[in-house]
Design a protein around this ligand. Sequence first.
Ligand code: FES
Length: 80
Amino acid sequence: MRHPRKLIFVCTGSDCKKSGGKALKKQLKAELKEGQLKGNCKLISTKCMDMCKSAPVVIVEDHFLKKTNFSKVLQQLKKS
Ligand code: FES
């Protein structure tokens, strides 16, 4: 069964956090609360996904985003 909202998994492991994952999560949280994506997405924090060399790691639906940033995540959300 497909979840009615798009799922965004943000790695909150220590390497991703250090590489900007923490700020990215904050930005996404704010965007989901008040921006255009309000009510359409669900943000889920994960532990280390074992891809620390590609930090920060975010998964949007079934797409892995490596060394990502806020605009890349938004772009992917629009595509999926
Ligand atoms: S800390 Fe994010 S993949 Fe390891």
